[in-house]
Ligand binder design. Structure first.
Ligand SMILES: Nc1ncnc2c1ncn2[C@@H]1O[C@H](COP(=O)(O)OP(=O)(O)O)[C@@H](O)[C@H]1O
Ligand SMILES: [Mg+2]
Length: 338
């Protein structure tokens, strides 16, 4: 049996408007291992949510997944997600893979008590058994008491609503959970609690998790592996400790160096990332980070994006990945090109 719960190969997702086509996911390859949390970190607009929606086949026409393969593999065998019929994908969603959507707490139905939102979900997915016990169980797992059942969303705090969404996503007992910025809307203390809860759930339920965030610090606190997302691709992927202590892609290095830690000397000038990501409606030649990269060279423009392996289980999509480059100093002096 494969050690991967999900294997994504050459995935392309397009948003189509009248005059242009945005290539939000660009030939993406990665896998989610059984029982791991893989965090995908990237700036707003880099395609993280699009990836989550693509995995669940929630991309609506005229937008489309135009290419690729996604293989889900569990004890019931292998499923090719893109080959499922519509009735099949409806059955598959939530039961095998579920998602906590970005700003999920706003998707709770305001005129429905919490327990009715669970019951609606169970009915929609033909789940049988004692609903009441199941609701209590998942509320408790998400750190909530059964009193919450009788309440309406507006009677709950932001943190509680987010926990309800997590409980709802888990209540169909999926094997893979996609959590899209599940803590972004929460204050720091509550954010920590919810992250701890998710980690506990992963262990107790033998879940695999794709954790989507724009915050590298959050990723570092939850992930086994971290993938750095840029312009619809993973530009670096490796074990958490490696990405935090020895990132090899200039973009990852800049993301990391822009984080202020308790060890950052006072008055230290922090290199910030200038410029903006590339226009995804125009074909990108070579490295997509070229225009913003403080250590770019001409050959980056003809780079075929072959993964450069820097250590076992750790790659970066950068032709200079093996060089020792001080990106922060270079960034302070660099100018953007177009
Ligand atoms: N429904 C949509 N129609 C057209 N373009 C979209 C749509 N949703 C997202 N995009 C574009 O796709 C790219 C990726 O967006 P998204 O996946 O939301 O990024 P992230 O979650 O990383 O912030 C962005 O350029 C965004 O503008
Ligand atoms: Mg998003």
């Amino acid at each position: 049996m494969s050690e991967n719960i999900l294997t994504v190969t050459d995935l392309v997702t397009l948003y189509k408007a009248e005059s242009k086509e945005v290539r939000a996911i660009r030939d993406l390859n990665f896998e989610v291992r059984k029982g791991e949390t893989i965090a995908l970190v990237g700036e707003s607009g880099s395609g993280k949510s699009t990836l989550g929606l693509s995995i669940l086949r929630l991309i609506e026409p005229p937008n489309e997944i135009s290419q690729g393969k996604m293989i889900f593999n569990d004890h019931d065998g292998e499923v090719s997600i893109l080959d499922l019929s519509l009735p099949e994908i409806r059955k598959f969603r939530w039961k095998k893979i579920s998602m906590v959507f970005q700003s999920a707490m706003n998707v709770l139905n305001p005129v429905m008590r919490i327990e009715d939102q669970f019951i609606e979900t169970f009915e929609a997915h033909n789940i049988e058994g004692d609903y009441s016990e199941r609701i209590n169980h998942y509320l408790e797992l998400a750190g909530l008491g059964s009193k919450v059942r009788r309440l309406y969303p507006h009677e709950l705090s932001g943190g509680m609503k987010q926990r309800v969404c997590i409980a709802l996503a888990l209540s169909c007992e999926p094997e893979l959970l996609i959590a899209d910025e599940p803590t972004t809307a929460l204050d720091v203390v509550v954010q920590k609690e919810v992250l701890l809860e998710l980690n506990k759930l992963k262990t107790n339920l033998h879940l695999s998790i794709i954790f989507i965030t724009h915050d590298l610090r959050v990723a570092a606190s939850v992930a086994d592996r971290i993938g750095i997302f840029y312009a619809g691709r993973l530009v670096e992927l490796g074990p958490r400790e490696r990405i935090i202590s020895n990132p090899r892609h200039p973009y990852s290095k800049l993301l990391l160096s822009s984080i202020i830690t308790t060890n950052t000397p006072r008055g230290k000038k922090l290199a910030t990332l200038s410029g903006s990501p590339p226009d995804l409606s125009v074909e990108i030649k070579g490295c997509s980070f070229y225009a913003r990269c403080p250590v770019r060279v001409d050959s980056c423009l003809s780079y075929n994006l072959e993964r450069i392996s820097v250590e076992k289980d750790h790659f970066a999509e950068c032709i200079r990945a093996k060089e020792e480059l001080d990106v922060s100093t270079a960034a302070l002096n660099a100018k953007e090109v177009n």
